[in-house]
Write a protein that binds this ligand. Structure first.
Ligand SMILES: Cc1ncc(COP(=O)(O)O)c(C=O)c1O
Length: 235
């Protein structure tokens, strides 16, 4: 399969497959070959493809109104926020479109908290090898040098500690008066255990599995609960 069109900015190395439809946990490529979807759009399509209630809700909404804006009250958004509040016990919700934005919001909330406490240069603890996102603030927090390289000058105010070293986090927070938050990673890579996205065929060649495994899956972020993430990370 040829590389992606040069009209696409080459920000990602893409696997040589194009999916044309999905049903539940199964994806079909343009040759109608079936794959078990172990990626879910990096944890986005968690209810599977063509989940009837999701399909119906999206179609119904699109047939009535595509978008207004935050300038106005949005009844459905408020209803969802209430549901999330009841489910999580959090005070309120911030809606955004990506994990990177969720972390930008978390960084801003932590800094605002520091400002209110009179801390001139609030610091946020982040983990080595942690991935936080590709916008500038989230990129500055990201622990992987290769991802950060070439985008300087980046944001200051991050203190890096080794992953899985809770005593180090506690010691740093106790020692410094300017620590305002610990930012939980969306995923954390240790180079020795890093695994790449794979497309593996089964022996009969009929079905395949597209799987992206992460060294510490427990760190992957829930996208809808971005403000919960911000809240729980603020000390
Ligand atoms: C390595 C990596 N790149 C990109 C993304 C997509 O990020 P965003 O939600 O900010 O678009 C993710 C999502 O978790 C990710 O883990």
């Amino acid at each position: 399969m040829p590389d992606a069109s040069p009209a696409i900015m080459p920000t990602y190395g893409r696997l040589p497959v194009t999916f044309s439809k999905g049903e539940g946990a199964v994806l079909y490529d343009t040759n109608d070959r079936a794959y078990l979807d172990g990626v879910s759009g990096i944890a986005v399509t968690n209810l599977g493809h063509q989940y009837p209630r999701v399909t119906q809700a999206v179609a119904e909404q699109a047939s009535r109104l595509i978008h207004t804006s935050n300038l106005f009250h949005i009844g459905l958004q408020e209803a969802v926020a209430e549901q999330l509040r009841a489910a999580t016990g959090m005070e309120n919700m911030f809606f955004c479109n990506s994990g990177a934005e969720a972390n930008e919001a978390a960084i801003k909330l932590a800094r605002r908290y520091g400002d209110q406490k009179g801390i001139a240069s609030p610091q946020i603890i982040v983990l080595d090898g942690a991935f936080h996102g590709r916008t500038l603030g989230a990129l500055s927090a990201t622990g992987n040098k290769k991802i950060r390289q070439g985008f300087g000058p980046l944001l200051e105010g991050f203190q890096r500690v080794a992953p899985d070293d809770l005593p180090a986090i506690e010691a740093l927070a106790a020692e410094r008066q300017d620590i305002v938050a610990v930012l939980g990673p969306r995923q954390c890579w240790s180079t020795s255990r890093r695994r790449r996205a794979t497309v593996a065929s089964t022996s009969n060649g009929r079905s395949s599995m597209a799987a992206m495994t992460r060294s510490r899956p427990s760190f992957s972020a829930a996208r809808v609960t971005c403000s919960c993430q911000a809240r729980t990370t603020t000390l």
